[in-house]
Ligand binder design. Structure first.
Ligand code: AMP
Ligand code: ZN
Length: 112
């Protein structure tokens, strides 16, 4: 499968890894939108949140637990934003599920 995030998870293409375990990989976004911009992905290919099954609930929880742990490690004590873009209307551009962790500056609301 020609999926750039699967290739990052397998080590086939390089990324700046911040964390990995058997289930998830976290790496720096190559086009950062904030001083901290990290992506947390499942190792297993899931195209988007819309494709996640009920049996993926524990994995989804682990992804967000990883976000929270990374935010502590990266000392985002003043807060941060965690976002999943889903599908065309959600602004998703890479079709492998990922959570954005954005921090290090104040965020605005509503998003564009
Ligand atoms: P989204 O628009 O929610 O699908 O987000 C995709 C994100 O992946 C964007 O923020 C991109 O900058 C990022 N991205 C795409 N390719 C790479 C890559 N090879 N390494 C790191 N980040 C990437
Ligand atoms: Zn993939």
């Amino acid at each position: 499968m020609d999926c750039i995030f699967c290739k990052i998870a397998s080590g086939a293409i390089p990324a700046t890894l911040l964390f990995e375990d058997e289930e998830v990989v976290a790496f720096a976004d190559r086009n950062p939108q904030a001083p901290v911009h990290v992506l947390v992905i499942p190792r297993r290919h899931i195209a988007s949140l819309a494709q996640a099954a009920k049996t993926d609930d524990a994995l989804l929880g682990h992804m967000f637990g990883t976000v929270a742990e990374l935010a502590r490690t990266l000392q985002l004590a003043n807060g941060y934003r965690s976002v999943i873009n889903t599908g065309p209307d959600g602004g998703q551009t890479v079709e492998h599920l990922h959570v954005h962790l954005l921090g290090g500056r104040g965020m605005t609301w509503p998003p564009g």
